[in-house]
Design a protein around this ligand. Structure first.
Ligand code: SAM
Length: 282
């Protein structure tokens, strides 16, 4: 992938790096994982303020330059990998230990990277990450403004937006403003692991037509008849006028129970493997 496609907007304002590292609250005992170290805007300070530092960089040339720089430094590991899929338990200095994740994330992959770590069997103790401001706002949204990303993050973590960073703080300059966000993973997710598949499948169906009323959107997303979708919403005690963005996580959980009581109706049109796959992924 080209540097532009890898979201390489390097942080060039050192005062922002200082603020991020301050908010990460590191002590000399903290194990840190940095995603996307790039040219090292955060890396050098992280390496000197933490007990250990593991960096994950996808760009071969950048990973190689960091490996050269830290050759022989026992407390710093440079791993060339895709942070959207890497398993934190496979990382020598992170496996079996509490750790803090710090990152200026590439815009194109911020959401899958965050989800990979939140959903992993070994999530970080806290995450301080920079993302596009709109993404930060959707992650912390309250009922009325919620979207799939709000659910996908808030089921696993508490979200605080710490401060904004203007485009001038980066080279090359992005077109958007960024925000630094603190995510504190919950000791127990709001939806039990065994229910998460159905919970997110139902929510995805419910957000199929986000501007429509929930029953209309659900009818479309689940491919079920309008009266059945209305009955589901009614049985969950949710007003027929409400739109998907207004539901709280607890209300989605009630919807899930009613959906299960009704036998999880979900109609797949067509019979080929592709039809079924498409329906499940919508
Ligand atoms: N931390 C540096 C800074 O603040 O200047 C660089 C931040 S830049 C926004 C994002 C970095 O993530 C780049 O170095 C890019 O190569 C790297 N990157 C992009 N996609 C990645 C992925 N899937 N996994 C790991 N690193 C990735």
């Amino acid at each position: 992938m080209s540097p532009q496609r890898l979201g390489q907007n390097f942080l060039t304002d050192p005062s922002v790096a200082v603020r991020i590292i301050h908010r990460a609250g590191l002590t000399s005992g903290t194990a840190v994982l940095e995603v996307g170290p790039g040219k090292g805007a955060l890396t050098y300070q992280l390496a000197s303020s933490a007990a250990s530092l593991t960096v994950i960089e996808f760009d071969h040339a950048l990973a190689e330059a960091l490996s050269d720089r830290y050759a022989g430094v026992e407390s710093v590991d440079v791993v060339e990998a895709d942070a959207r899929t890497v398993d934190p338990s496979s990382l020598r200095q992170v496996a079996g230990r509490k750790y803090t994740l710090v990152a200026n994330l590439p815009y194109y992959a911020a959401t899958p990277i965050i989800r990979n770590f939140l959903e992993s069997s070994h999530p970080p103790e806290r995450m301080v990450v920079m993302v596009q401001r709109e993404v930060a706002n959707e992650m912390r949204a309250e009922p009325g403004q919620m979207g799939m990303l709000s659910l996908a993050v808030q089921v696993y973590a508490k979200v605080d937006v710490l401060f904004d960073v203007p485009p001038e703080a980066f080279t090359p300059r992005p077109k958007v403003t960024s925000s630094v966000v603190e995510l504190t993973p919950r000791p127990v997710p709001l939806v039990p692991p065994g229910d998460q598949g159905d919970f997110f499948r139902l929510a995805k169906a419910g957000f199929r037509a986000p501007r429509k009323q929930l029953h209309n959107s659900l009818a479309k997303g689940l491919n079920v008849d309008a009266p059945l979708a209305r009955a589901l919403v009614e049985s969950a005690d949710i007003d027929m006028e409400r739109r998907p963005a207004t539901l709280s996580i607890d209300e989605w959980k009630t919807m899930l129970s009613r959906w299960r009581d009704a036998g999880r109706p979900f109609v797949v049109h067509g019979t080929s493997r592709d039809d079924r796959k498409k329906a499940l992924n919508r």
